[in-house]
Design a protein around this ligand. Structure first.
Ligand SMILES: [Zn+2]
Length: 367
């Protein structure tokens, strides 16, 4: 069975203007790189172009009031109270307004993640890869961090609604903490949200501490794994071994969603983590191992971030290469200045010990 890559030729509508860190040419750049570097591209993958989603789908997570405001602002209407709905970093830095047409791009991205979920559950694709997915800073009534609609949360709520799922594992490997996704599922025991990110004291959004473990019936189902700047491949590997594998084995997910692009790479321009391409490949492999254990090798994978455009196609491809166990030619990226292999491993072990103290009330495997 071929793996579906969800992609849309109008993804470039998701643009904050020329020179912005979240530039829109990333999508095309990745696809042309990957298709030329993966020898089995034609035989292993099929490209699928989903429809932009309707209001009804957006309302699985967002309020009608918010959707209306973002739609109108994106069509050029001047809303005096726009700061109620979006932070300044969701505006075009040149014009000071919500970028024209970006809302259509956001609906396309939600369509991509929605289809990635449905194709997997309908067994039309063993794994699905959504290009552009992972808008993890968007909240039900507020857009920030370059994100308007939380495609991940919409995908999850749609899957639960349609297929009556009760245990969904979400692994956020983006360098920034997924504050929007966390908030949406903070009280929810059906979504185990595990988030690896750079220490929130040193990076936006400033949340994602180990003490944030969920609330009410969702207590214990939010797991934050903050890493110090420079954290290496081995620090990541340790998190999988000590936290992510044991929790997955106890939770027994019915669906696995991983998202996050290339911004944990050590050469990324907005962040300070320490992964190399080998680390991205390792993350893909770990997700493959978890999915073999629990979901017949199936998972949903979404990619968006990355603020070093040279690194981006290499790192996204390394993730896919590990996830699917396929050959991709990753030569050509110079990584001689990477942090040492065990950079921040000691501090990571310490963080894990402290985190286990928070989690052991809820999980046998954390004792
Ligand atoms: Zn990020």
């Amino acid at each position: 069975m071929k793996t579906a890559i969800l992609y849309h030729k109008e993804l470039e509508r998701y643009s904050f203007g020329q020179g912005h860190p979240l530039c829109a040419d990333r999508f095309e750049r990745f696809l042309s790189f990957f298709s030329s570097r993966c020898p089995s591209y034609k035989s292993s993958f099929k490209l699928i172009e989903p429809e932009p989603v309707t209001d009804e789908i957006l309302e699985l997570v967002h309020s009608r009031d918010y959707i209306t405001a973002i739609s109108q602002a994106s069509e050029g209407k001047i809303l005096p109270d726009i700061s109620r709905y979006v932070s300044a970093d969701n505006l075009n830095p040149t014009t000071g307004y919500v970028p024209l047409g970006i809302e259509k791009g956001a609906r396309i991205i939600v369509g991509i993640s929605l289809s990635a979920g449905e194709l997997l559950l309908e067994e039309e694709s063993k794994n699905t890869i959504g290009i552009g997915g992972g808008m993890h800073h968007a909240k039900p009534d507020y857009g920030e961090g370059f994100c308007f609609y939380n495609d991940v949360a919409i995908c999850i709520n749609n899957l639960r609604h349609r297929y009556n799922l009760k245990r969904i594992l979400v692994l956020d490997t983006d360098a920034h903490a997924g504050n929007g996704t966390k908030e949406i599922f903070y009280h929810d025991p059906e979504v185990l949200f595990i988030d690896i990110h750079q220490d929130p004291r040193t990076l936006y959004p400033g949340t994602g501490f180990i003490s944030e473990i969920g609330s009410g019936t969702g207590e214990g189902f939010t797991v934050n794994l903050p890493l110090l700047p420079g954290a290496s491949n081995e620090a990541y590997r340790y998190l999988f071994q000590e936290i992510i594998f044991p929790l997955s084995d106890e939770f027994k997910p019915q669906v696995i969603i991983r998202y996050g692009g290339s911004d944990p790479h050590y050469l990324d321009k907005l962040t300070n983590l320490g992964l190399t391409l080998e680390g991205f490949r390792m993350i893909g492999q770990q997700v493959r191992d978890i999915s073999r254990q629990h979901t017949q090798g199936k998972s949903i994978d979404l990619m968006l971030s990355g603020y070093n455009l040279t690194v981006l196609p290499f790192a996204w491809s390394a993730l896919i290469s590990g996830l699917l166990d396929i050959e991709v030619d990753l030569t050509g990226l110079r990584e001689e200045t990477a942090p040492s292999i065990d950079s921040r491993l000691k501090e990571t072990k310490q963080m894990v010990e402290e985190l286990k103290e928070y989690l052991k009330r809820y999980w046998r495997c954390m004792n």
